[in-house]
Design a binder for this molecule. Sequence first.
Ligand code: EPZ
Length: 426
Amino acid sequence: MDKFVIRGGNPLLGTIKVSGAKNSALPCMAAAILTEDEIILENIPQVRDIETERKLLESMGANVELGYGRAQHRTSIQCANLSDPVAKYEIVKTMRASSLVLGPLIARTGMARVAMPGGCAIGGRPIDLHLAALEKMGATITYDHGYIEARTQRLKGAHIVFDKITVTGTEDILMAAVMAEGETLLENCAREPEVTDLAALLTAMGAQIEGAGSSTIKVKGVDKLHGARHRINPDRIEAGTFLIAGAITGGDLNVDSCNPEHLGAVIGKLESAGARIDVGRESVRVRSEGHLKPVDISTEEYPGFPTDMQAQYMALATQCDGTSIVTENIFENRFMHVQELNRMGANIRTEGRVATIVGKTPLQAAAVMCSDLRASASLVLAALVADGETILDRVYHMDRGYERIEEKLRGVGAQIRRMGDVFGKR
Ligand code: EPZ
C-alpha cells in the first residue's frame, strides 16, 4: 500500500491548481444513464472514485472513455444499451456514492437493482430518504439479499419534503424526477454547488428544472433527454484544503482555478483566524506569518462551514494561539483523525460531536494512519508543520478524492514523496 513521507517545516509558496470536483463529477457521470446519447464531461478529476464510477457504469453496459491526459480531462460516456442495470456489491462497497445510479436507472428503465451501501467510517449514512422519495413517486421498493430493487411502469411527479437535508438524496431524486410523468416539487433540498452543477448538466440534456441551488426545486418531467457537453465545477474542498495548507505553513499561496464564491465559509474563518486573503476571479491568495487566533467552527449544510473541511480545519486549530471548539453536526463519527493528530503531539479532546483543541502545540513527526478521505488531508496538513519526517500509511484513502496531491504540494515547496507503486497504472 502506498505511503507518503513528509518532512515538515517549509512554508508553501507559489501557485497551486485545483482540479474538478469529485462530488460533482460522480452525479454528473451517473446522469449519463438517463439518455442513449453521448455525454461529454470536462474537468473530470483523476481520482480513484472516478475510476470506480467508470467500472460501475461499464458493468451495466455503458461505454466510458476517461480522458486523462486529453485537453480538459474530457470524458465521454454513452449508455446506449444498459444490458445489466445492476449496481453490484463489489463496487458499491468501495464507494457509497454508487447509490446515485438508483434514480437515473429507475427513471430510464423502470427498474433498478442496487446493492445496499454498508456502514462507513464517518457514520451510518443510510439512504432511507432516497427510497422514501422514490416510493412517493410510485416506485415499489423491495429488499433482496442485500440488494434494493426498485420497480415502476413510470415514475410520477410528487411533492417531496426531505426530512433532512441530503446532498446525494437531492441529486438522486432530481435525476429521477426529470423523466417522471408530470411535475415534482422538492423541498428542504441541499443547496450545495454540486447540486447546481448537476442541474446545469440535466438542463443541457433537455430537462426542465427551476430553483436548483435553493431549498425548493421544481421539475417538469419530460419523455426523453438527449446528449450534452458540460464542464464540471472546480473542487471547493480541494481548494479549501490548499488554503489551509498555505495558512498553517505560514506561506504565501495562490490557489488557482477555483470558484471563490463556493468558499465563503472557509475564507471567513481563515480571515477571523488572522490569515490574509485576497480573492481573484478564479483564484484565492492566502498569506500568514504563522500567528493565528483560535476560531470556533460548527459544520452545517451549504452555505455553512462544510463538514468535508472539518478535519483540515482541526489541523490548523492545533497551530492557533488558544482554544478552538469544533462541532460536527452532519456525521456522527467524523473525528477519526483526532487520535492520529494527538499522536503527533496535538492536544485535542472530544465529547460526542464536540472537539476542544488547545493550541499552539509544536507537532512532531510520527507514523500515522489514514482512516477516511478528509481525515487523511488533515494528517498531511499536520505533517507539513511537524518536526521531522512523518510516514502516512493507507494513502489510498486520499487518492479517492485528491488528484496527485503530492505532486501539487511539491510544486509549491512541500517536502513530500509517495512510497509504493504509483496510483493505478492503466
Ligand atoms: C455528500 O454525502 C458528500 N458525498 C459527502 O462528501 C459530504 O460529506 C456530504 O454530502 C455532506 O456534505 C458526495 O457528494 C458523493 P448527506 P451524502 O446525504 O450525500 C443523513 C467527501 O468527503 N442521511 O447529505 O451521502 C446522513 O447520514 C464525502 O467527499 C439520512 O439519514 O451526505 C448524514 O447524517 C464524505 N438518510 C446527513 O443526512 C438519507 O437517506 C447528511 O448526509 C440520506 C442522508
